[in-house]
Ligand binder design. Sequence first.
Ligand code: CP3
Length: 328
Amino acid sequence: MTRKELLLSTIKGGIHRRKPVWLMRQAGRFLPSYRALRKRYDFLTLCTTPELASEVTLLPLYELDVDVLVLFSDILIPLKAVGVDIFYSDGRMPQVVGINLSNLNYERDTSSLSFVEDTIRLVKQAEPDMPLVGFAAAPFTLACYLFDSGSDFSSIRSFIYNYPERFTELMEELSLLTLDYLKLQARAGCDAVQLFDTWVGVLPRGIYAEFVHEFNRRIISGLGNIPSIYYARSATHLMDLIITLDADCFGVDWREDVVDVHRRTGKCVQGNLDNALLLSSKDSVIKATGDLLEKTLNLPHIVNLGHGVLPESSPDLARALIDTVHSF
Ligand code: CP3
C-alpha cells in the first residue's frame, strides 16, 4: 500500500495498524533547512514561487519521513484573489490591507492563484505516491485577520453584535472564496483538504451556532467527494455542533480525547499529541506517542499534533515521534 493509499483509506474510515503520521506546520519555521531558505527569500516569495514552495513542501518528507505532505502556503494567501494585500513580519500576526467591510461584493479571480496550482503539480510530479493535503482557513478564522487582531479578537466579536448583517455578508463572501480555493487545490492534484478553524473557540456557543456554523457546513458540503478534514482549536464548548459537519475526519486539539470524538462521530480522527512535547525529551515523546497508538489501535486515526509545531521545537524529537509511529 502506498502512503497515498494509506491516508485515503484512513480518512474514509479504514482501520490500519500502521497509522499515517504528519505534523501540522511541518514544513516551516522549525526546520533548519527552511530557516536557511528564509535567509535568502521572504515568506511571500517562498509561497508564490512554485519551484520554491514545492521544494519546501517536500522538506519534511526528506528530513522527517512524514507520511503526508501539506502544501506550503498560508491561510491568508487566497485573499490575493480578492485584491487584498497581505504583510508578514517575523513571528507576529500577519496584517492585511485593502479590505472594504462595507462593500464585500468581490470579483473573485482565482486565476491570480495559479502559482498554487503550479506548486501542487510540481509536488505531484516529484512524489506521485505521496498524499498531498491542501488547506484553507475556515471563514471565521480567516475573518479574524481582517480585523485588528489582539489576542482575544474582541474587535471582530463586537462587530458581530454591532453589524450582524454585514458580518453575515462577510461570512458569505469568505466561504465562497474558500470553497473555490479548496476546489482549485483538489483539481490541481491535492488528495484531501483541511479546513483550519484555529480561532473559532473565541466565540460563545450561541454566536457560533447562529452566525458561523452554517458557513462551515456549506463549505464542507460543497466539497462533495473531496476528502476533508475539519480542525478546530480550543473548541470543546462547540464540539457537539462541529461534529454534525459532514467532514470525513475531525482534527482535534490536545484538550480533547480522540477516542471519545471517534465514538461520537464514528469517523476518522486526527491528532492530538500536545505540541509542547516537541520541546521535551525523547523519552516523553516516545511514551506519549506509544500511549496514543495503543488507545487508537482499533479506530481510523491519522497521527498528528493537537496544534502546529512550535518554532522552537526540536527536529530530532519530531523524527522520534514519526519513527515511533513507523515502528509500532
Ligand atoms: O508551516 C508549515 O507547515 C507550512 C504551511 C503553513 C503555514 N501557515 C506557513 C507559515 C500552514 C498550514 C499555515 C496555516 C496557518 N497560518 C494557520 C492555521 C494553523 C495554525 O497554526 O493554527 C494560521 C492561524 C496561520 C496564520 C499565520 N501565518 C500566523 C499567525 C503567522 C505568524 C506566526 C508564525 O506562524 O510564524 C503566519 C506566518 C507563517 N505561515 C509562517 C509560515 C512558515 C512563518 C513565516 C516566516 O517564515 O517568517
